[in-house]
Design a protein around this ligand. Sequence first.
Ligand code: TXA
Ligand code: MG
Length: 330
Amino acid sequence: MYSKNKIHLLKAKHIIEQWGVVVFPTETVYGLWANALDPQAVKKVFKIKNRPADNPLIVHLGKKSNIKKYAYIKNELQKLIIKYLMPGPLTIVLLKKENIPDIVTAGSQFVAIRIPSNKIAKDFLTIINLPIVAPSANRSTESSPTSAQMVTKSLGKQVPMIIDWWLCEFGIESTVVMVPNNKEIIILRPGVITKEDIQSLVGSSVKVGFSQTPSQHSPGNKYKHYAPKAKVNIFKNIDELIAFSKKHNKIWLIATSEFITSHKKKLNDIRHIKIYERWSKKNLITCAKNLFQLYHKCDEDKIAVVAIEALPERGIWYAIMNRVKKSVEK
Ligand code: TXA
Ligand code: MG
């Protein structure tokens, strides 16, 4: 069922209180929501997604004052991150309290906590006043849904209710951070809250870096993810694109307008390359917002081979390339 009507929030509350699952939007991607305190409901989430049991779930809360009910805030840097970057597209991994079932954290002593800023998600979390697990509402290995229509195609037959709140504002999943002490922040999953954003908040005395062994800290990273059916190839320059084009009969190009304009003539000469999507370097939020939509469109259009331009991995582009690179791993 689709709904932009708040009456349906009460129905959703009823379903979740009865150990069920509901799909809700957030500002990042749509999530498959269930009561985090109920192991049976959480089990359903793993089953519907066909998610490996060793990949923990993020616990979503409606307000900051609830964090202490489920996790320990141990240091000043964690407090700072919570104060300035939450609610929003950021998840913090904290030492868990006893009341969070082991199935949620896949046996880890840490729990990932997120407070969404999307209005309907926040309203619902306030109404239900429960901690909610919410992995992206897709089957494992598929790309995350950023619209209710994408969810319907993937999980439509398995969930009783989908709350429709248009396209997600950011379009890629939250930045996941761990803050082991007052000197260090480890980014386990990049997102639209960038390393540069976090560094400027905490100052140069704190080391902010990406996890070197992501699968150790965040098991989700070791699994294939975000994949369209097409073969995805990343190229760094026109020569790499030409070399790649020789191996295929037809290639769909996803590149920046800047690249397309500066190589117009060479691209015209390769007849079997077709421009599929133009990105603008000036509007990276839009690229992030559209990436998974674009992947779904590739599937709909039954596209076999796409070539995506690589850009310098800084800021939001680091997160976009992280998702694109994962879609190359087949
Ligand atoms: O933006 C998001 O975070 C979305 C929306 C729906 O809120 N949710 C989402 O959940 O992306 P999911 O399950 O698709 O991805 C959760 C990521 C995985 O990489 C997982 O390994 C990591 O967070 N994670 C969850 N709990 C963790 C924990 N206790 N320790 C370390 N990593 C954890
Ligand atoms: Mg996911």
